[in-house]
Design a protein around this ligand. Sequence first.
Ligand code: PLP
Length: 220
Amino acid sequence: MAVNTEQYQRIQDELAAHNVTLVAVSKIKPASDIQALYDLGQRDFGENYVQELVEKQEQLPVDINWHFIGHLQRNKVKYIAPFVHLIHGVDSYNLLKEINKQAIKNHRVINCLLQVHIAQEETKFGLNEEELHALLEKTEDLQQVHIKGLMGMASFSDDEKIVRKEFRMLKKLFDQLKEYRLPQLQAETLSMGMSGDYTMAIEEGSNMVRIGSLLFGRRG
Ligand SMILES: *Cc1c(COP(=O)(O)O)cnc(C)c1O
């Protein structure tokens, strides 16, 4: 399926009006689809799989901001550490420690978002509130990671009330981060909202949305 460029322009205008950053989620889609949106000015792309991301990064323009939005295994951090722009799904100290180690090796700082579990489904990764605060307290020694904010995925539900409530919960935690005075923390980015719920996410305070199927068509 071809890239929906009209839809892209419409969404981009809508997001720009709210100062929301669009991460175009291109997982499973060919590099040519990414290039098509790149040619329209899109620079932020999100991928879920390490090997796929590395292959695409090698083929595509160097000024793309690559977001890793999947579940990252510790032993794979090294492959994306040289170039990744933002890692969205960090949910453990051990992972953060490995990201810091690879950041040092690559002489750079790696920006991360901590993933919070807000959905009702068991399958979604992330920290609860208590774990989030405990992890933040431990970041001080990890000098080459910067925590830029939070990421979350709402329940896959048609019930607007449930989804809205989950987004509100995440926004509240994000606002709490601003109270912290930690050298590694700059609470700037709240990554929430996907194709099915991004409008609501923006209403609830998101400033970064991750949109795949609306732009690239359905996957598989
Ligand atoms: C696949 C994915 C998206 C995009 O989903 P769409 O419904 O296609 O917009 C967003 N965030 C994460 C974490 C994903 O895995």
